[in-house]
Design a protein around this ligand. Structure first.
Ligand code: PLP
Length: 416
């Protein structure tokens, strides 16, 4: 494990978290280099070339994280022109990038074409027409995969389930053939593959494999129609245990997927893991400001809020919260809440934590959708980020300063 107690003190690899908090302040994100490496290898070990892995940048887009993955030979799944610029700034290559997202602008399409990305994951018929126009204006052919919605019940939280026909993502299975034939006929589109992404935080291979079967059927049908399909991208959504869930058997999923795809033949497989690569590789350190007794339960008021880690407020997501200095488990039940002026500003409800003013807590599994979803709400500077490798620790993003927060703002000059 990358985050472990040693003599009662919590460490990230060889670095004491309490020392990191003293040195860099709180709230503080701390990432383990080793953990990212091991998570990546868990996928790569069962995914021989030419199959590709494209890390989903939105999970954690810090340049240091992207750079570690680029060096491991990762491709990248992006959802904006901004993420493409980040990947390039971190040393990633455009030719390893797939571009997802439901509402790509003309400017984003043009930028991605100029950089020469691997593929656009097109999510609607209208986007396909627009991409053809933009590519034509650039005298280029846009490589395309169609994101199809296999309408598999991912049995997951409705907010983060994307594979059902009732949500905004992807092209409905019933329309897929028609859109693919249209793509095939457009002068500046090069049909290349199909993709899907059925949801997030999925811990069983079954829904992925159900989706794969539907996608493989569609590929055979399209090939029969004369549409050349060379890749199938099954997206991300591979879950991690946050509470007491059992782990997703990644190798079983990857091997079974390859087996089923081999029956169809001549298919490069792709995956877009995000959370599974970085989720358990990060913690958020926060310090207790006050212990406030209440009527039914007590509150621990801490210095990290929903602006630093939004998942609890947004999805009622569970994160383990543990003391950095181990202590006797208390009997008191506390809500761990932040300083932001919202009732929804909490990190954990009804926890058994004994802590007092000044104590440090670690919010676990905060490496994915943590910092990337953070904001400046309540004029709170975003947290610093540190990466640890063995006994060395390095700031990979400085804490924002207050003046940075209103840089670009101006007091209005009224006309005379
Ligand atoms: C968010 C997203 C991913 C990554 O999802 P995880 O649950 O973090 O693995 C992959 N592909 C697409 C299209 C996404 O929107």
């Amino acid at each position: 494990m990358s985050f472990d107690y040693r003599d009662g003190a919590l460490y990230a690899e060889q670095c004491s978290l309490s020392e990191l908090a003293s040195q860099y302040g709180t709230p503080l994100y701390v990432y383990s280099h080793q953990r990212i490496l091991e998570n990546w290898r868990q996928f790569a070990a069962h995914w021989p070339a030419p199959h590709k892995l494209c890390y989903a940048v939105k999970a954690n887009s810090n340049l240091a994280v992207l750079n570690v993955l680029a060096q491991l030979g990762a491709g990248f799944d992006i959802v904006s022109g901004g993420e493409l610029a980040r990947v390039l700034a971190a040393g990633g290559k455009a030719q390893d990038v797939v571009f997802s997202g439901v509402a790509k602008s003309r400017a984003e399409m043009a930028y991605a074409l100029e950089q020469g990305i691997y593929c656009f994951n097109v999510e609607s018929a209208a986007e396909l027409e627009r991409l053809n126009e933009v590519a034509k204006a650039h005298g280029a052919a846009a490589p395309v995969s169609l994101r199809v919605n296999p309408d598999v019940d991912a049995q997951t939280h409705p907010y983060i389930s994307t594979g059902l026909k009732s949500n905004k993502f992807g092209i409905a299975m019933a329309q897929a053939r028609e859109v693919a034939l249209r793509a095939q006929s457009l002068s500046h589109i090069k049909m290349q593959g199909l993709d899907c992404h059925i949801g997030s935080q999925i811990l069983s291979p079954a829904p992925f494999l159900d989706a794969a079967d539907l996608m493989l059927q569609l590929i055979e049908q399209l090939r029969g129609d004369g549409v050349a399909i060379s890749h199938l991208d099954m997206g991300g959504g591979m879950g991690i245990p946050y509470q007491h869930e059992s782990e997703l058997d990644v190798s079983a999923y990857l091997l079974e997927l390859q087996k089923r795809a081999a029956r169809v033949g001549n298919l490069t497989l792709m995956l877009e893991p995000g959370r599974a690569i970085v989720g358990n590789a990060g913690v958020l350190l926060t310090r207790v400001e006050y212990h406030k007794p209440g009527v039914d339960k007590d509150f621990l008021l801490v210095d990290a809020g929903m602006n630093d880690l939004m998942r609890p407020a947004l999805y009622q997501a569970y994160h383990d919260i543990i003391p950095v200095q181990q202590c006797e488990a208390g009997t008191s039940i506390v809500d761990v809440v932040g300083p932001v002026c919202e009732t929804g500003d909490f990190l954990g409800h009804a926890r058994h934590i004994t802590a007092n003013e000044g104590d440090l807590l670690a919010v676990m599994n905060a490496g994915a959708y943590g910092f990337t979803m953070s904001s400046n709400y309540n004029t709170r500077p975003r947290a610093a980020e540190v990466m640890v490798a063995g006994a060395s620790a390095q700031v990979v993003r400085q804490r924002e300063t207050l003046s940075e927060l209103w840089k670009g703002e101006q007091i209005m000059e009224m006309p005379e």
